[in-house]
Design a protein around this ligand. Structure first.
Ligand SMILES: Cc1cc2nc3c(=O)[nH]c(=O)nc-3n(C[C@H](O)[C@H](O)[C@H](O)COP(=O)(O)OP(=O)(O)OC[C@H]3O[C@@H](n4cnc5c(N)ncnc54)[C@H](O)[C@@H]3O)c2cc1C
Length: 475
């Protein structure tokens, strides 16, 4: 039987298409959609234990992207005769108060597998008089459709992938329901300025791979552009290790992670592309990567808080170094290893970094500097526009050798630089001080003589740092 009044508590599910919680909540006479900016998400967080540290959680770019996504959802709801109620406060207070005010029969939400998100759900549930109805809406596969219980999923990717490819199906994306009227008497509220959340806006850098704009509208446009307008999907497998440009990879991640784009919608679009244009290794490979994303979500559902421990799910005993100065140099992109520095400067300037860049930046910190990988992951958490706890901490742990693979995942950063940036175009873009050097010297300036460097206006240790580690010992 349809409820009389429901509240939809939106989080990282900022869309109307393929939204199980929205479809359930819309089966009511009146519906109040609510988004809460929780100030705790914009302050500092801490890792406890013997290697404890604090870090800022959310940077300017993700805050801006999220605010745009909330504004877009509000606009889309308004064109359907509804609205999005926006508040700043603790969700447990705000959602419970609003549910009381409208006398909600039920509150609908999309659940998430990671501990912080789960804890927030539990706090809200405790404060509510109405029941909290949890839905699952952010992966390709629904957990009920997996061949194994989440607790039994293999800890390595390949068996997981093979089992879902052979024995699980992906549900069709849900259509947008018609949106019931809003209950009266609730002011829609203003979207907060990032400054009100204590977040400084980051400047726009026109070298960014893409000017990411938050929201379902922009996410659907990007899907359209990548598949149909530029036909880039056709060559994804060949280009996906690229470092420069708009279309070497899909750039769907920020929209997927704020929930502006549903992975099932992407999957359905790839199906259509295969029917209309081409089915090849590239179309398979985009799905292959989306399955990686699912894999980490289910791993975090399985392992709870263990993936955040220094030794990860493998519980490895590694004596991680604590070196604030080295960590700061890595963060600033001043390690003296140009390829690593270019990746970090791109991250700092834009909030995005390619997968190849992330692997090398992470490996350098964890495997070459031997600094606690969680310090690096926490820095990514703050900076990334596409941050997701499972994808970020899962990939970091993997590269650091404490995650979902027992093999050594250390990257030879100098070999990678030459392989993936043979002309040093990427390094030159992000390290203008080395822009005039020939490719070989741009990657390894320490191999050039002082005269060779001077001919291109570079003095090592003055214009660009000397390497902070012995380059011969890398990899
Ligand atoms: C150290 C490290 C940290 C990372 N942190 C994040 C993070 O916080 N959020 C995030 O979304 N991805 C993260 N990744 C995975 C990957 O780098 C990004 O998903 C990808 O670069 C996003 O660009 P894209 O959308 O163009 O990817 P594409 O190559 O176009 O891939 C399509 C989609 O597949 C998914 N995907 C691809 N590779 C991975 C992967 N290795 N793990 C999980 N999902 C994947 C993403 O949703 C991506 O949007 C991290 C990787 C590393 C090595």
């Amino acid at each position: 039987m349809a409820s009389d009044t429901t509240l939809l508590w939106l989080r990282r599910d900022l869309r109307l298409h393929d939204s199980p919680a929205l479809v359930a909540a819309a089966d009511a006479n009146r519906l109040l959609p609510v988004y809460v900016f929780d100030p705790r998400r914009y302050g500092t967080a801490a890792f406890g234990g013997s290697a404890s540290f604090e870090y800022p959680k959310t940077g300017g770019r993700r805050t801006a992207f999220r605010t745009e996504a909330v504004a877009d959802l509000r606009a889309r709801l308004r064109t359907r005769g509804s609205d999005l109620v926006v508040r700043v406060g603790n969700p447990e207070r705000v959602v419970a108060d609003l549910a009381d005010r409208i006398d909600a029969d039920v509150v609908h939400v999309h659940t998430r597998p990671t501990p912080e998100e789960r804890a927030t759900e539990r706090r809200v549930e405790t404060e509510l008089d109405a029941p909290l109805d949890r839905h699952w809406g952010h992966t390709l596969y629904h957990p009920d459709d997996l061949p194994d219980d989440v607790a039994d999923i293999d800890d390595t990717y390949t068996p997981f992938r093979k089992s879902v490819e052979s024995s699980a199906s992906i549900r069709e994306p849900l259509p947008i329901p018609s949106i019931p009227d809003r209950p009266g008497g609730v002011d829609a509220g203003e979207l907060p300025d990032p400054a009100a959340l204590g977040i400084e806006a980051d400047p726009i850098d026109d070298r960014a791979a893409l000017a990411f704009e938050g929201g379902e509208s922009a996410g659907l446009d990007r899907l359209d552009e990548y598949l149909w307008e530029t036909d880039s999907l056709r060559e994804y497998k060949e280009t996906r290790n690229g470092l420069l440009g708009r279309d070497y990879s899909s750039k769907f991640s920020p929209w997927l992670n704020e929930g502006c784009l549903s992975p099932r919608r992407v999957h359905a679009a790839v199906d259509e592309y295969e029917n209309c244009r081409v089915a090849n290794d590239s179309t398979y490979w985009l799905r292959f990567e989306l399955r990686w994303r699912d894999f980490f979500q289910f791993q975090f559902a399985k392992h709870g808080t263990t993936p955040f421990a220094p030794g990860g799910i493998r519980r490895r005993e590694i004596d991680w170094r604590n070196d604030e100065d080295a960590l700061d140099r890595w963060k600033r992109g001043e390690t003296g290893i140009p390829f690593v520095d270019a990746t970090m400067r791109e991250l700092n300037a834009t909030g995005y970094m390619s997968n190849r860049g992330r692997q090398n930046a992470a490996s350098f910190l964890a495997n070459d500097l031997r600094i606690d990988w969680r310090r690096g992951a926490a820095y990514f958490e703050m900076r990334l526009i596409d941050y997701d706890p499972a994808s970020n901490y899962g990939n970091w742990a993997y590269v650091a050798g404490v995650g979902n693979d027992s093999r050594n995942r250390s990257f030879d950063v100098l070999g990678q630089a030459k392989r993936y940036d043979p002309e040093a175009a990427y390094v030159r873009q992000w390290l203008p001080e080395l822009a005039d050097l020939p490719a070989a010297h741009a990657h390894e300036p320490w191999r050039a003589t002082a005269e060779e460097l001077a001919a291109h206006g570079v003095e090592l240790g003055v214009d660009y740092p000397r390497p902070m580690v012995d380059p011969e010992a890398l990899g």
